[in-house]
Design a protein around this ligand. Structure first.
Ligand code: ATP
Ligand code: MG
Ligand code: MG
Ligand code: MG
Length: 479
């Protein structure tokens, strides 16, 4: 089954159950101060859940472009290294806005996976929320009983708040959830180790595919939960992971969502995918990141030096550097993947085709400008590393790389991590602050909602954003 067919079958299944198919919201948020990028299908329906507005239909379904590179859901570090976390991915979902609840959501999810998609029941595990003392919530007995009627109890896992209580961010609609996991290991291995023990253990062949969230609370700014006016269903299924299962592959990158991109990288670079782990990581990073960047540009978010634009620039520079170091690319090449991506995804997301020329030009331009300093910067970094006596790199050196060569701090941290070195993050922050203080113009320059690492008194503290190698950047919102 092609990925196109998988997407259509999902949507049609719910259409037949009286759901209205709606388009994906943009991936880049423009008017939500609590979120920079769409990180789940439910974001665009938040106001419905809160009871602030009323949808045209109480049953909705779609595929949502998501990006998980900042905030509560940040997968950037994993991407390329594992085979099932992406920066940008599609989340298939069905919603009930104050209509059906757990019973139908569970029954339909099971019907779709086992009867329509014909996934072997023996390879599926489900989970329920065990409860949480912090929030004074008990075990989700209702979900447990509903699952017990369809799956053997040894396939039902009780999960903690981290895995089985879904929250969009620090605030907003949330609730207990049931996740569906699939075990794609070969038979012999399944006999050796019980799949139930591998659920939620970061095992690349026992992966979560679908999350059914029973939306019934709103997390307030002070951390407390209040019941929502009505109960809702919010589900999210990882499209690329579903394709992996249905196409009988062991990695999302072996599905037709990624193979055309990977083939193109092979043609351009002369490298082969599947021969050497470091090369493979680099190829996966490039194939993944070009999607994130292309979709952002199509949504109107260009790479820039602040806010969401800087996140996009960081992602692209990460890909450029992986290409340069591990695929021996010293001239722009990532932009050449945009055409392939358009052919692959343009039908489902016409904005990619419509904005094709712009996307290509912007990526090519970014590549040229970063490549022109990347080599010099890497040479400088090497010399800094060689002269370091204690495996730690001073913050002002990292700042020089950032300031003169455009190395995002997380890129520096990533390179250092690969070489077994550490970064003096505090020193970097100090150097950055000193520069900001000198120019005192940083906050006027920024046109975005978000600024990184500004300590201007006029800005309200929002929270920490965990980046690669545990570099913590303090995030402020302009007030
Ligand atoms: P995981 O535990 O694998 O990180 P999650 O619990 O963070 O996933 P949810 O927030 O429940 O994910 O999102 C719903 C679904 O979206 C998941 O079941 C998974 O199939 C998919 N998904 C989540 N994060 C990613 C990602 N970074 N790349 C691809 N698919 C993802
Ligand atoms: Mg996750
Ligand atoms: Mg999970
Ligand atoms: Mg989940």
């Amino acid at each position: 089954m092609t990925s196109q067919e998988v997407r259509n079958q999902f949507l049609n299944f719910f259409k037949e159950k009286n759901h209205k198919i709606v388009p994906s919201a943009p991936m880049v948020m423009k008017d939500d101060p609590t979120l920079m990028f769409t990180n789940a299908g439910m974001n665009q329906f938040k106001e419905y859940f809160l009871g602030n507005s009323v949808p045209k239909s109480k049953r909705l379904t779609d595929t949502q472009k998501c990006l998980r590179v900042s905030g509560k859901h940040n997968d950037l570090e994993e991407v390329g290294k594992d085979t099932y976390h992406h920066t940008m991915f599609e989340m298939l979902g069905n919603w009930s806005i104050g209509d059906y609840f757990k019973k139908e959501a569970i029954a339909w999810a099971w019907e779709l996976l086992t009867e329509v998609f014909k996934i072997d029941k023996e390879s599926l595990y489900v989970s329920v929320f065990e409860g949480s003392e912090d929030d004074g919530l008990p075990l989700d007995q209702e979900a447990y009983d509903l699952w017990k009627a369809i799956v053997p109890e040894n396939r039902i896992i009780k999960g903690n708040k981290k895995d089985n209580f879904w929250e969009m961010g620090d605030q907003g609609p949330c609730g207990p959830c049931s996740e569906i996991h699939v075990d794609i290991r070969p038979k012999e291995e399944k006999q050796k180790v019980d799949g139930a023990s591998l659920v939620n253990q970061d095992h690349p062949q026992v992966v979560e595919i679908w999350n059914l969230v029973f939306m019934q609370f709103n997390r307030k700014a002070n951390g407390s939960l209040e019941p929502l006016p009505e109960k809702h269903i919010d589900t999210g299924m990882g499209f690329e992971r579903l394709c992996m299962v249905l196409q009988g592959k062991q990695s999302n990158y072996d599905t037709d969502v990624f193979t055309p991109l990977i083939r193109e990288v092979e043609i351009i670079t002369g490298k082969k995918y599947g021969k050497d782990e470091q090369t493979d990581i680099a190829i996966r990073v490039v194939a993944d990141h070009v999607r994130a960047v292309a979709f952002s540009i199509a949504d109107g978010q260009l790479p820039s030096n602040t806010g969401a634009g800087y996140v996009i620039r960081r992602i692209l520079r990460r890909a450029i550097r992986y290409g340069f170091t591990f695929l021996d690319t010293n001239k722009p090449f990532i932009y050449r993947l945009v055409k392939v991506l358009g052919e692959q995804m343009g039908k489902a997301f016409p904005e990619l085709k419509e904005q094709y020329q712009l996307i290509e030009n912007v990526i090519k331009e970014e590549e040229s400008s970063f490549l022109s300093t990347l080599e010099q910067g890497l040479v400088l970094l090497d010399s800094v590393i060689n002269s370091s006596k204690d495996k730690t790199i001073a913050g002002d050196k990292a700042f020089e790389l950032y300031d003169t060569f455009g190395f995002p701090i997380d890129l520096t941290a990533l390179i250092l991590e690969e070489k077994g070195y550490q970064l003096d993050t505090k020193g970097f922050e100090k150097a950055l602050k000193a520069q900001k203080d000198r120019s005192r113009a940083a906050s006027e320059v920024s046109k975005d909602d978000w600024n990184v690492l500004l300590t201007d008194a006029e800005q309200e503290f929002i929270g920490y954003d965990s980046l690669e190698a545990n570099v913590k950047l303090v995030k402020y919102r302009k007030v």
